[in-house]
Ligand binder design. Structure first.
Ligand code: UD1
Ligand code: UDP
Length: 381
């Protein structure tokens, strides 16, 4: 056959970070033709990543409106992609993860008879309502996918338990580690003056929160930050705040007026990973941050009731603490005051990838179309 056409669709910050290494490599891979579509589900937060990795999508649906419902996002992405699919006729559409953009892209592609390749396939919490709506999104994408690119052996096992044929699953590692490896090569200064005085020898706690199902708990997360800031005046807490106004409305009132709490706008990826590298401890409900911090040897307290990423918990670097104020304060206090407890968690582990996921993904796609051979699966050992 002539070169198969890959169409990559993404729309939010974490998808952009995770597809960036893949898009850049695919464009230079002579086995394929490529087309790249941004849905624009995010705006400023997506633009930061496109700029950083030098990616200009061929199409931008620019669908972001403040406070859209999930169904508005879904409807507008499917409608916008419909026209592009008719024009471009891709052989395979690549969707990353579990956002509404990814689910919409998979369904739209399937309805056009294109094959779907799912990056970061096989993550499961087992609770369809948590995270919401991501657990349902990833299961829906799975149902219409022909190639399941699982980041870890555990994710592959989840897929096999759901009777996905083993020959359709490839373990690739997560491209977030490819992105992180690249970002670590960049020399970067903080652009926010509030961060410019930070030094690596002081104690920094990085906090991120944005999950939809956590919005009700976010005031408690803010109160936990306040309690930690007051109990540990020598520790600086930094919150690069998500742009969702609901997140800001819940957290900001709880952390006002504290000298050792810094709130910033979303940080460009290179500055964010620099800050993570300087941090003593990370408190987060993010998926991507749970994957990155372990490879930097940073203990992570995950402020969620469950996680689809058990690998770093099993490796001892991540602990699930839920969203109650008392529990967050208790667990963070232990790590900030007990060196033995801290040292036990502060191990650099790489269960999520070795920086070579992109090559494995391209080779798996090449095999699918008879223009190459897949690589051996990623294994963390
Ligand atoms: C989305 C994904 C979630 C992912 C997260 C990463 C869905 C259902 N959720 O959640 O899986 O973990 O992105 O951050 O797909 N906003 C801006 N500018 C931006 C981005 C967001 O103003 O650049 C504001 C808008 O008011 C927007 C709101 O944030 O309506 C929420 O954005 P949305 O994409 O709906 O959900 P997220 O919570 O970001
Ligand atoms: N991130 C970033 N700047 C920030 C916060 C996060 O570049 O201010 C990066 C982070 O390194 C990770 C990704 O964004 O790669 C995670 O995005 P988010 O937490 O929004 O979404 P999730 O991973 O939970 O879907």
């Amino acid at each position: 056959m002539s070169s198969p056409k890959l169409m990559t669709v993404y729309g939010t910050r974490p998808e952009a970070i995770k597809v960036a290494p893949f898009i850049r490599a695919a464009v230079n891979d002579e086995r394929f033709k490529t087309v790249t579509v941004s849905t624009g589900q995010h705006r400023e937060m997506l633009e930061q990543v496109n700029t950083m990795f030098g990616i200009s999508p061929d199409y931008d649906l620019a669908i972001m409106e403040p406070d859209q419902s999930l169904n508005q996002v879904l409807g507008r992405v499917i409608k916008g992609l419909d026209e592009i699919l008719i024009k471009e006729k891709p052989d395979v559409v690549i969707a990353q993860g579990d956002t509404t953009t990814a689910m919409a892209a998979a369904i739209a592609a399937f309805n056009h008879g294109a094959r779907v390749a799912h990056l970061e396939a096989g993550l499961r919490t087992g609770d369809i309502f948590s995270p919401f709506p991501e657990e349902a999104n990833r299961r829906l994408i799975c149902q219409v996918s022909s190639l399941h690119l699982a980041p870890t052996p555990e994710a592959k096992e989840n897929l096999l338990r759901e009777a996905i044929p083993e020959c359709d699953v490839v373990v690739t590692g997560n491209t977030v580690i490819d992105a992180l490896v690249e970002a670590q090569k960049w020399q970067v200064e903080f652009s926010d003056s509030k961060l410019q005085g930070l030094t690596a020898d002081q104690k920094i706690v990085m906090v991120t929160t944005h999950r939809r199902e956590n919005i009700k708990a976010m005031a408690a997360i803010g109160r936990a930050m306040r309690a930690l800031a007051m109990h540990f005046p020598d520790v600086t807490l930094v919150l690069p705040a998500h742009l969702n106004p609901k997140v800001r409305a819940a957290v900001f009132p709880e952390i006002q007026g504290l000298d050792n709490v810094i709130v910033t706008e979303p940080l460009p990826y290179d500055q964010f990973t620099k800050l993570m590298g300087m941090s003593t401890l990370v408190l987060t409900d993010s998926g991507g941050v749970q994957e990155e911090a372990p490879s930097l040897g940073k203990p992570v307290l995950v402020m969620r009731e469950n996680t689809e990423r058990p690998e770093a918990i099993n490796a001892g670097t991540v602990r699930l603490v839920g969203t109650s104020q008392d529990k967050i304060v208790e667990e963070a206090t232990l790590l900030l005051s007990d060196k033995n407890a801290y040292d036990k968690m502060a191990n650099a582990v790489n269960p999520y990838g070795d920086g070579k996921a992109t090559d494995r993904i391209l080779n798996a796609l090449a095999e699918m179309f008879g223009v190459g051979q897949r690589s051996p699966d990623f294994s963390a050992s």
